[in-house]
Design a protein around this ligand. Structure first.
Ligand code: FES
Length: 153
């Protein structure tokens, strides 16, 4: 638990050319390093090497009140790439993210409406893609790590 809210961690979309193919995302070394750096960040008393600091610069950690959606937390903290054009009505897919592998199983299952709308998202991943407007922030999701999709393509 961090201060007044629950922590959500957003990784930016880094561009297709700098990334492993979609099927190899779990093995993407940059993402693994970023999440590793974040884990270190959450260990009290740990200081960073210059490399770790530069990786942490790519992460956005925000605090969100329980009960809001991940999308609301992203929009209120100006996270780039979460446009939420439909305002959370599950009708646009511009709040699409890829959930970090370790967190996929901790999220409530998708409703049919979310699964249908993800078909219209940019490069949906059958396991990791979610719409952030459909995910409520709870204690269990404190520290959730998501990667913003390229929702503007
Ligand atoms: Fe439109 Fe999530 S905000 S689908």
């Amino acid at each position: 638990m961090h201060g007044a809210g629950l922590a959500l961690i957003f990784l930016p979309w880094l561009g297709a050319e700098s990334r492993a193919p979609r099927g190899d995302r779990e093995a993407d070394p940059l993402i693994a390093e970023m999440v590793g750096a974040l884990t270190l960040e959450r260990s009290p008393g740990r200081s960073f090497s210059p490399d770790e600091l530069s990786l942490c610069g790519h992460l956005s950690t925000v605090e969100v009140a329980e009960g809001l959606t991940v999308m609301e937390g992203a929009v209120s903290n100006n996270i780039p790439g979460i446009d939420a054009d439909c305002g959370g009505a599950c009708a646009c897919s511009t709040c699409h993210v890829y959930i970090a592998e370790d967190w996929v199983e901790k999220l409530p299952a998708k409703e049919a409406m979310e699964a249908d709308m993800l078909d219209f998202a940019w490069e949906p991943d059958p396991v990791r893609s979610r719409l952030t407007c459909q995910i409520k922030v709870t204690d269990e999701l404190d520290g959730l790590v998501v990667e913003v999709a390229d929702n503007e393509s």
